[in-house]
Design a protein around this ligand. Structure first.
Ligand SMILES: Cc1ncc(COP(=O)(O)O)c(C=O)c1O
Length: 387
């Protein structure tokens, strides 16, 4: 053989890899098949790398275990999981009911893309009863999309009741369960058809990888979602799948720590004179506490609070005085973050009455007493600005 052919053939993949704790990170678009018959035998052989290799399979298996799912599909981001799952089950002429406190980019997709493809979108009040919600469905209603607790205002919904009523009408249900992370709450066990989460948040846990998942307990639905991924041509990198699996190993430990710290900080905030209201479903006395206690095994570190009346400039004075809380839109990582929510509430139809600026905090893995001291500094700045 010539030197160039020798170099192409040299160092080929070994069939026998040693066993490590994590899966092998296989990089590959090409999959080499064992014989000619295997080339078109999609049932028996994986024929192309876009469908995922060893690290993807390991991640899907672990997520499936956590979600109690028959199968899980991976997407390049949490938003892609939401949009991909909706595209996989909806068609022109269908109607989708979407909770009004949905993550804003999901709403933008519904308004700008679904509407253009002939799917009618109707937003419902997160406080609407399951009976009224499902009762409002028409013959065209194909899917109900929920997020519980909802983005920014954290209302909980009775997902089990909605799923039961929807199933009786032949309507599919989808829950964005990023707050519950597939661990604190398991939508499929409550009868929800599709459980979606942005793995980017708590599963990744380090604010450095994008990915989403959609899990289902019905195998035919898993296949339908999988077809959706394949038809759109999406793929996630093996390194990213490996990183997600690594994050999953410490998910329970991080959630416990961050959830407890978040509750301690929420309880402290409730006592501060500059704070009008704390919105945290797991805080005893909260509007949704009973539902949270029924459905959740714990809380994550994300919640909101309302300051006493003050201008946006005063709210910015609070944020700018923070040092340990970074100013950033994401959450679920090891670091604490804060944002002002008010500018994002504009498009909503059902916003609760809020006495003043609405803040969202994400409590990370820092010491909670240090975080409380940081927040006290922010509240002092707010008190000065509003004086
Ligand atoms: C509730 C919720 N769902 C989905 C997403 C989207 O996740 P990603 O950033 O991975 O697209 C986010 C991101 O902030 C979110 O907060």
């Amino acid at each position: 053989m010539s030197e160039e052919t020798r170099l192409i053939r040299a160092g080929a993949t070994s069939g026998d890899l040693v066993k490590t704790v994590g899966p092998p990170i296989q990089r590959g678009s090409t999959v080499l098949l064992p014989c000619a018959e295997a080339l078109y035998d999609d049932d028996a052989y994986l024929t192309y790398g876009r469908a995922g290799l060893a690290a993807h399979d390991a991640l899907k298996a672990a997520l499936g275990e956590m979600e109690r799912a028959a199968g899980v599909n991976l997407y390049p981001s949490g938003l892609a999981a939401l949009t991909g799952a909706m595209l996989a089950v909806l068609k022109a002429g269908d109607e989708v009911l979407v909770v009004d406190n949905i993550y804003k980019p999901t709403r933008r997709f519904c308004d700008q893309v679904l509407a253009r493809y002939g799917v009618a979108v109707r937003y419902f009040d997160p406080r609407q009863s399951p009976e009224d919600l499902v009762g409002s469905a028409t013959a065209a209603t194909r899917l109900i999309v929920m997020e519980s607790p909802g983005s920014l205002t954290f209302e909980l919904q009775d997902l089990a009741a909605i799923a039961r009523l929807a199933k009786a009408r032949g309507i599919l249900t989808l829950a964005d369960n990023t707050w519950g992370a597939g661990y604190l709450f398991k939508p499929l066990t409550q009868g929800i058809d599709i459980s979606v989460q942005a793995l980017t948040k708590y599963v990744g846990g380090h604010s450095d990888v994008f990915m989403g998942s959609a899990a289902a307990s019905d195998l035919a639905l898993v296949r339908q979602l999988e077809d959706g991924v394949h038809n759109l041509g999406w793929a996630v990198a093996a390194e990213d799948a490996y990183q997600m699996l690594r994050g999953l190993r410490t998910l329970p430990t991080r959630l416990k720590r961050q959830g407890e710290a978040g509750l301690k900080i929420a309880a402290w905030l409730r006592e501060q004179p500059e704070v009008a209201q704390v919105i945290h479903p797991a805080l005893p006395g909260a509007a949704d506490y009973d539902l949270w206690a029924r459905d959740y095994s714990g809380a994550c570190g994300l919640f909101g609070f309302v300051l006493r009346p003050g201008s946006e400039a005063c709210a910015n004075a609070f944020l700018n005085a923070l040092d340990l809380f970074g100013l950033g839109f994401s959450w679920g990582g090891f670091e604490s973050l804060a944002i002002l929510c008010d500018p994002q509430l504009g498009k909503r139809k059902f916003v609760p009455d809020l006495a003043g600026p609405l803040m969202r905090l994400h409590v990370g893995l820092e010491n909670e007493d240090d975080l409380i001291a940081d927040l006290r500094g922010g509240l002092d700045a707010y008190a000065r600005a509003t004086a």
